[in-house]
Design a protein around this ligand. Structure first.
Ligand code: SF4
Length: 324
């Protein structure tokens, strides 16, 4: 089955990207025909005022993906704006998407709230329509997403269904593959995000990470090291379970029994984080100066994606009775 997933190039990647999405991508490379996309047009929906860093952000993200083990020769990895058919299908899908479908979208409402936007522009309102076009262009049957993005996949299914019903059956209905580990909370307990200033970045040194780990929210009822705590409401234990599941149950038991203090547990988590990210740091350093090679890989990915996209658009234009 073909799978499509994208990530917006909005700056440095954080540990939430890795645990919530990229680890998932890595395991899916052997199971699916994967299309991974740097979603630069999506990035513009919320940040259009200064685009000067966009090329650099795309390259940094691509280098991070390579360092993490995304194989650019095995999967089709490309930049969204390099395949113009995304825009054409987006436009056509816009014709069959009723406004109320977008206005009731809970993910869009959260984005507007989280980013303190005074109102949504037309581009942001069309975000889920563009996402539907991204998926349908490659006839992807599966889309790995976090729980917060699941409504967008439902909307993509509705749009595809509307197209197939009105014209002819061109697209499969995509299914959401929910990530096994939901995204990690940020240092303030909210969703981890660069814009909320609560992220732990992949390229940070262990020294820079330590104070951030210290800020993580623990059980507020556990005041002293010997008080019994509730690990179910603690971000430290949440990270521990995601990054080193083998000894997390012991920490759970010790916390509940008052045998583990938060300071000690945070110190241990800082060590876990450091060793978890050490292979990434080494691989990333080895890729320094290899931007040209990465650009070539992205170009080859765009050519491969473009061939599939062109075939789909021939079918679409024919279905819609557009001359071609
Ligand atoms: S001991 Fe650990 S799991 Fe328990 S509240 Fe403190 S940091 Fe959280």
């Amino acid at each position: 089955m073909r799978l499509l997933s994208g990530m917006r190039p909005t700056g440095r990647l954080h540990i939430g990207h890795l645990v919530g999405a990229l680890n998932n991508w890595l395991s899916m490379q052997s199971e699916y025909d994967c299309f991974f996309m740097a979603a630069d047009w999506h990035a513009l929906t919320t940040s259009y005022t200064d685009t000067s860093k966009l090329p650099e952000d795309i390259m940094e993200m691509a280098l991070d993906w390579r360092a993490l083990g995304i194989d650019f020769t095995r999967s089709t990895v490309f930049v969204q704006s390099d395949v113009k058919e995304h825009a054409e299908l987006y436009l056509l899908f816009g014709m069959i998407t009723p406004m109320p479908w977008l206005e009731r979208d809970p993910t869009l409402k959260n984005m507007i709230e989280d980013m303190h936007l005074r109102g949504a522009n037309y581009g942001l309102m069309g975000y889920p329509v563009l996402q539907a076009a991204d998926i349908a262009l490659y006839k992807a049957g599966a889309v790995p997403v976090g729980i917060d993005q699941a409504p967008h996949i439902e909307l993509a299914r509705e749009i595809v269904r509307a197209f197939n019903h009105r014209f002819s059956i061109v697209f499969p209905e995509p299914k959401a593959l929910l990530a096994p580990t939901p995204r990690l909370p940020g240092t303030d307990g909210r969703k981890m995000s660069k814009s909320l200033d609560n992220a732990i970045f992949l390229d940070e040194t262990p020294e820079d990470m330590k104070p951030k780990v210290t800020q993580l929210i623990t059980d507020p009822g556990k005041i002293h090291a010997t008080d019994p705590g509730d690990p179910d409401i603690c971000s430290v234990q949440y990270y521990h379970k995601a990054l080193r599941p083998e000894d997390a149950p012991q920490a759970d038991t010790d916390c509940r029994a008052g045998r583990l203090g938060c300071v000690k547990h945070k110190g241990y988590l800082a060590e876990i984080l450091s060793s978890y990210l050490s292979p990434f740091r080494e691989a990333r350093a080895a890729l320094r100066g290899r931007e040209g090679e990465t650009r070539e890989l992205l170009k080859a990915g765009a050519e491969a994606a473009g061939r599939v996209a062109a075939e789909t658009m021939e079918e679409v234009r024919k279905a819609v009775n557009l001359p071609f």
